[in-house]
Design a protein around this ligand. Sequence first.
Ligand SMILES: *[C@@H]1O[C@H](CO)[C@@H](O)[C@H](O)[C@H]1NC(C)=O
Ligand SMILES: *[C@@H]1O[C@H](CO)[C@@H](O)[C@H](O)[C@H]1NC(C)=O
Ligand SMILES: *[C@@H]1O[C@H](CO)[C@@H](O)[C@H](O)[C@H]1NC(C)=O
Length: 311
Amino acid sequence: MFSILVNILANATWTQNGVTIAGGNGSGNATNQLSQPFGLFVDDDQTVVIADYRNHRIMQWKNGDTTNGQVVAGGKGQGNGLHQLKWPIDVLIDKETDSLIICDYGNQRVVRWSRRSGTTQGEILIDNIGYYGLAMDEQRYLYVSDVGKHEVRRYLLGEKNGTIVVGGNGIGGGLNQLKAPTYLFVDRQKNVYVSDTNNHRVMKWNKGAKEGIVVDGGQGAGSALTQLYYPRGTFVDALGTLYVADTSNHRVMRWTQGAKQGTVIVGGNGQGAGANQFNNPMDLSFDQHGNLYVADRSNDRVQRFSIEKDS
Ligand SMILES: *[C@@H]1O[C@H](CO)[C@@H](O)[C@H](O)[C@H]1NC(C)=O
Ligand SMILES: *[C@@H]1O[C@H](CO)[C@@H](O)[C@H](O)[C@H]1NC(C)=O
Ligand SMILES: *[C@@H]1O[C@H](CO)[C@@H](O)[C@H](O)[C@H]1NC(C)=O
């Protein structure tokens, strides 16, 4: 996702016990619940929007909301009407138009919903492929990963076909290939970082490159510090340090530039529902202070970890 440039010291630490800021009341569709949160996005004012996958809706929690969130898109049951979503998997806020851009995975489309109150339906931006992750660069080009075609395309808003910027060379483990790409991040130079989930690695494709660089993992599935196990959400800070939701290892990893191995910054305490545990963390982001937010899918909650040391 395109986000604020966040300054985090390379040796920063976070509280090991997360605080539940959304959901955490069991799986359900009440406004204090989530059912399998996937992608999330944190705005400048610490508002968090969440793709509430199994509830076919997007939830918003404003900083300071205690237990109840607000349904800001969908929530009208599973379906393909313009007022509905089906398994939304990622979301971002487009500040320019004050709207949500949503990957409506089950409907194989990307839709836009205005954030103005009273909005009851969205509009289709692009459709017909197996979209997964979304990101936007500063020029408001939209980047969308296609988990079925093993590529990432870049779209000028309003454009239907887009341009392949990552992959597009079939499924595989080569440096110019991907195997089920999911969440992605685009930096200020328009370099694209993408979780190459089924290759258990994160790839960086410099702008215009014909092949990528393995920046994390790529040593097979596993739990060593050199490995990832179905990685998903990615984030890159101002120093170029990469953070990854290492889903099946139930941990969040940090890779400083050029490092030979990562470090576990939170989680890694087994699969579970404790405050220092995750059960399939899917996506992550940071606010401008460096606090970490993680969509903890199978615990039906979003956790926040406060940064302990920063400039
Ligand atoms: C919902 O979860 C939050 C966070 O864990 C908790 O503070 C709150 O008491 C719960 N509310 C209910 C009704 O269970
Ligand atoms: C919410 O969940 C209840 C209980 O499972 C169900 O009856 C209801 O239809 C759901 N509401 C929506 C909008 O999906
Ligand atoms: C877009 O893609 C469709 C399907 O592949 C193709 O028929 C069409 O010509 C393309 N349009 C442009 C403008 O490239």
